[in-house]
Design a protein around this ligand. Structure first.
Ligand code: PLP
Length: 420
């Protein structure tokens, strides 16, 4: 078979696409159950000599059906706010399986912790507040190890330019707070960025383990997420088995030297679900800007469903679903009244455009955006221009299609408005 240089559909076939559009129209998210389960199995196989907990970073996609599916496979939860923790509880997740790691101290922290939810202090202030409310208990701390990595500056959450976690040089200060409130620091957490460079990730893992030496009661090391999922052709993907053997060796050596058995936690979001999502859209218009300009495919979606290209120049595979054999260079534009609503930014200069070679398209053709399982339905300019939220559907292992979120209505959008 001759391999095309163009991106291909990942898990949908043309029959699926027709079936989805027949039932839900466009735009619509579809998630593949088989891919999600394979990714979970790979994460659960991460080798850790003294035990492993895999937490799903639910910020990637918090739909309750997805939380329950991952939970039924033995995956716990990383909640990024008190609201996410509440959402996980409502989905039926056991409170003791939820760890909150957030930028903002939850206003209902006491209620959540009393239910059994665990808390990870991400600043000295958070530690102080937690200690005042729960003296004499176990607590977890997030450290900024002094280096970070992400596919862009906006996804890098370690190093001196990042506000995430307690700066690694403030161990004395955090020990003072722990002593004041008789807190037992039993877990050290680091998360250096999303879609990280595997070499930097491993370096951060080693630095974090060194930090565990200075915290004698730590029994759990949480290395966060940041495993790179290859979204586009030719992109490197983190090989979990390779990095896990390095981490497992480091944990074993640490035990040999100190006699301390450290349990490992990892918190993948992207790795579990990014490549399990496709967004089916319709090309509703094609315009051009003259001989020296561009040809634009305009789709019935955009930053309302997928903000990542606008936010940080993220590159997602784009597939025009057609039997035609001709190719053409296009810019793909979203439906929002924002010049930045572009699906084909230049990866090196995200404010600029870069044409993409796609199958030659006609108005009315379907365009599928791949790699949209993580940080798309959950993290977009929802309801801008009053476009309703798109539905979400799961393609089950037996091929059937099940709705997990329906399309929003205009009435639902207006519900919060007062009439004065
Ligand atoms: C604390 C924490 N853990 C895990 C993750 C998941 O990262 P990724 O989606 O790269 O796996 C994030 C993402 O921002 C995070 O903030």
């Amino acid at each position: 078979m001759v391999m095309s240089h163009l991106e291909q559909l990942r898990f949908l076939n043309t029959e699926d696409v027709k079936g989805v559009i027949g039932q839900w129209g466009t735009s619509v998210f579809v998630y593949d159950e088989a891919i999600m389960q394979q990714q979970v199995q790979q994460a659960l196989a991460f080798s850790a000599p003294f035990g492993l907990t895999v937490r799903y970073a639910m910020k990637a996609n918090p739909n309750s059906n997805i939380l329950r599916m991952f939970s039924s496979m033995g995956v716990a939860i990383d909640a990024g706010s008190g609201w996410e923790a509440d959402r996980a509880l409502r989905a039926g997740i056991d409170p003791k399986d939820i760890l909150i790691t957030g930028q903002e101290l939850p206003k209902n922290l006491v209620e959540l912790v009393e239910k059994g939810v665990q808390f990870n202090a991400c600043s000295l202030h958070q530690l102080q507040e937690y200690g005042a409310k729960f003296p004499g208990t176990n607590v977890s701390i997030r450290i900024n190890p002094g280096l970070g990595s992400g596919h862009s500056k906006k996804t890098n959450v370690g190093g001196s330019a990042s506000s995430f976690g307690i700066w690694h040089e403030y161990i004395d200060e955090l020990n003072d707070i722990a002593t004041e409130h008789k807190l037992n620091i039993n877990r050290l957490h680091t998360h250096i960025g999303s879609g990280s460079d595997p070499a930097v990730w491993m370096n951060a893992a080693k630095i974090s383990l060194e930090q565990v030496r200075t915290l004698p009661n730590v029994t759990i090391l949480n290395l966060g997420g940041g495993f790179k999922a290859a979204l586009t052709q030719g992109e490197a993907q983190t090989k979990l088995s390779e990095i896990s053997s390095v981490v497992a060796d480091a944990l074993q050596t640490f035990y040999d030297e100190t006699g301390r058995k450290i349990r490992l936690e990892i918190e993948p979001g992207t790795f579990l679900i990014a490549n399990a999502g496709s967004l089916i859209t319709t090309i509703h218009d094609i315009v051009d800007t003259g001989y020296d300009g561009y040809t634009f495919l305009k789709i019935d979606s955009g930053m309302t469903e997928i903000l990542r290209p606008t936010l940080y120049g993220a590159q997602h595979p784009l597939v025009v679903v057609t039997d035609g054999s001709e190719d053409e260079q296009y810019i793909v534009a979203g439906h929002c009244c924002e010049s930045g609503d572009i699906l084909t930014p230049d990866p090196d200069q995200p404010d600029m455009l870069k044409t993409r070679l796609l199958k030659k398209a006609s108005r009315g053709d379907v365009l599928v955006i791949e790699g949209v399982g993580a940080y798309c339905a959950a993290m977009s300019a929802i309801n801008y221009n009053s476009f309703p939220r798109s539905p979400e559907v799961v393609k089950k292992i037996d091929g059937s299609l099940v709705e997990i979120a329906r399309r929003q209505t205009l009435e639902e959008m207006l519900q919060l408005e007062a009439q004065i």
